[in-house]
Design a protein around this ligand. Sequence first.
Ligand code: GRG
Length: 313
Amino acid sequence: MSLVRSHVHASPQAADADPPQGGQWRGWYEGLRARVDALVQERVDRMKSADAGHSQLAAAIEYSLCQKGKRVRPVLVLAGCEACGGRLDDADAAALAVECIHTFSLIHDDLPAMDDDDLRRGVATNHKVFGEALAILAGDWLVAEAFALLAESPCPRRGEMVAALADGTKAMTIGQAADIAGERRPADRGLLEFIHRHKTAGLLEASCRMGALAGGASDAQIAALSRFGAHLGLAFQIVDDVLDCTGTTATLGKRSGKDCAVEKQTYPAAVGVEESRKLAAAEIAAARAALAPFGARASNLARLAEYVLSRER
Ligand code: GRG
C-alpha cells in the first residue's frame, strides 16, 4: 500500500517545527518529515470522509495528530528502512502507525489523571479543547488505527511489525506506571533508567526495528538498528529531562519545570544537569557505534542521533 504517491515538499507547518540545522542533512530530515505530514493528512482526510467523520471525535483526533511535531519516530522508521536499502513506500504504514501511538501517548499523558498539562506542541492540550472523555476516546481510536495501518502494510514482515509496535506500546505503559509511582520519591538511578528505557526508549527502538523490517533487513541488521534505537531513546529522554530544567515554555511548546515541580524521577535530579548531558552524549556515542555495520548508508541516521543530543525542543 502506498499512502503517499509521490515526494512532497515541506509544508509551512513542518517548516515551523524545530528545524534541525545542517545543510544537506536538514533537507533530508525535512523531506522525510514532510512525507510524514502528508501521510498524516491523507489518513485524517480518509477518517473524516468515513461514516464517523465530521464528529467531535474526528476533530479531536485531527487536532492532536496534525499539530507541529518533530516526527522523530516516523522519521526513524523511514530512515531505518532507507539504511537497509528498502523502499520508503514499504515503511509508510509503520511510520504513520508509530506516530499514531506516540500522539495517543501524548494526549493521555496530558490528562489530569496523568501529568495534568494544559500545553502541548505549542497549543492547548487535547482535553482542554475537547474535554476529557473525547481526549480519552481520541487516544483509544489512535491505538486501533495504528494496528489497522500495520494490517494494511504491504510489507511481508508486517506480523513482526505488529509485535514490535505492541512491545514498544506496552513498554510505554509500564514506564508510565513506574514514572507515576516514582513521583515524590528520592532520586533513584536504577528506577530512573528503568522508567526511561520503558517510557520513551521502547517506542524509539520499535520505530527502528519496524524500519529495518520494512527494509528487508537481515537479523543482524535488525538487531543493530534496534540497539541504535534503544540507546537513542534513552538519550532522547535524558535530553528531555535536561530541557525541562533549562528550556523555556515558549521554545518547548509545553510547560517547562513541570518535572521538577512534581518531583519526578529525572536525570538532572539524580546526577545534575552537566552529568546528565555527559550521560546523554555517551548514549549517543553507543547509538552511533551500533550503526557501524551500515557504513555510509547510515550517515543520515548518525546525524539524526547528533540532532537528538543538541535539540532545543
Ligand atoms: C501510550 C500505551 C500508552 C499508554 C499511555 C501516557 C502514557 C501511557 C505514556 C506516556 C509516554 C510519554 C508521553 C513519554 C514521554 C516521551 C516524550 C519525550 C515525549 C515527547 O516526544 P517529542 O519530543 O514530541 O518527540 P513531539 O511533539 O515533537 O512529537
